[in-house]
Design a protein around this ligand. Structure first.
Ligand SMILES: [Zn+2]
Length: 152
């Protein structure tokens, strides 16, 4: 589904596509416009949009739904947010201190730093690259079509 199934449209072509059942759309006075899942920008829009706030789904997306300790992928509900420096030690909920963790790695690490728990991060947490996306919107819906565009 995600391989060669993409086609690009100009906005003028796009607005003439009638939304099908189940498609998200916006209504204008005269028509319904299907909401595209992916928009290609010809200019760099990233610099004009502020970085999203830390959120559960945002961290999972940044980390590719992959536990940052054991390296395995999990579904949304089998993942947790781990504070690398635990909150009890003053670790803050910010992009550079939170990582995706599976439940078992999170339990194993507990209220300790990775060093203390003798568990290693596969990648240092970084600021998210998905600045174009509004994380609040993603909380409501995450489209699998976005997957190939998320930088890891
Ligand atoms: Zn794990």
């Amino acid at each position: 589904m995600l391989d060669n199934d993409f086609k690009t449209f100009t906005i003028w072509e796009w607005i003439n596509i009638e939304p099908k059942d189940g498609d998200d759309y916006i209504s204008t006075v005269s028509r319904r416009i299907k909401i595209p899942k992916i928009v290609v920008a010809k200019t760099d829009v990233e610099t004009r949009i502020s970085r999203p706030k830390v959120s559960r789904i945002g961290v999972f997306i940044r980390d590719g739904f992959t536990c940052q300790y054991c390296g395995k992928r999990f579904s949304y509900k089998n993942l947790t947010i781990d504070h690398v420096i635990p909150r009890s030690r003053g670790g803050r909920t910010e992009w550079l201190n939170v990582v995706t963790s599976c439940i078992s790695c999170n339990i194993k690490k507990g209220d300790r730093t990775p060093e203390e728990a003798k568990i290693e991060l596969i990648k240092e947490p970084r600021l998210p690259m998905i600045t174009i996306l509004n994380i609040k919107e993603i909380e409501l819906k995450f489209y699998p079509e976005w997957e190939p565009y998320i930088l890891r």
